[in-house]
Write a protein that binds this ligand. Sequence first.
Ligand code: ADP
Length: 273
Amino acid sequence: EVDLFEKDGNPLKRINQEITEFAVKTEQEIDKLKKMEIFRREFMANVSHELKTPIFATQGYILTLLDGAMDDENVREKFLRRAAKSLNQLNHLVEDLLTLSKIESGQIKMEYEYFDLQTLMVDAIEQVEHKASKKEISVMYEPPHDEVIAVHADYNRIMQVMLNLMTNAIKYNDEGGWVKLQLEDDEDSVKVTVRDNGMGIPEEDQRRVFERFYRVEKSRTKKQGGSGLGLAIVKHILSEHNSYITLKSKLGEGSAFSFILEKDNQANESTEF
Ligand code: ADP
């Protein structure tokens, strides 16, 4: 509604200004939508490519078996195992994709609770021990003290962060290497670090490893068979916790991933744990 008897200023000028503002806003919205569309298309292309890899592999093993490889008992077992492994990889990929899309679209709400971070560290080590021992990698954790460190966070999601970081530290490491967990207990927060003496990440890739599907070199990951989504999931979970992940790494020497969680000091003071 226009007040033609407006005291200050020229009403036409004001209308003009409003139209210009509206046009700029519309243009910005269109830009945003265009960017989203490009992003969506790239994402779909990536997803299709990633899905195709294990599907083709499985198909290849099965067709080779049908082509006669089935008659050789050793080959049969080997190919069936490989096909099963590819399907397992496919399964992980789909699970990671679902997790990521649910977190991004806000469908997964963090379930905050109070828990002792030290207990989570011990549980996380237990879950990766089998993988680590296969490569004779030692997983170490030296508690900063033996008291409870209470945080207010989503236990399962922080566990997922720890598992993703620790699995990478094992995956991108040589046989006989190590993975160290560290907690730095400060007044209001606690810093968690997962350190390894593995292959490290070149400086130019360090920012990009948190992007979906980004891998340092195709060859290094092909052997390891990851989804390329692990660190993107880590980033999103921490962002839901109002936190973020940092990385320090040197090629050929190792990597250290860290994040900070707010402590719950009331719970830390109570004796209820
Ligand atoms: P992936 O499923 O490929 O492991 P991630 O998102 O977990 O996907 O990691 C992205 C890439 O970052 C990996 O492909 C790998 O090249 C690199 N990377 C991650 N963690 C480490 C690590 N601890 N040491 C060396 N490289 C790593």
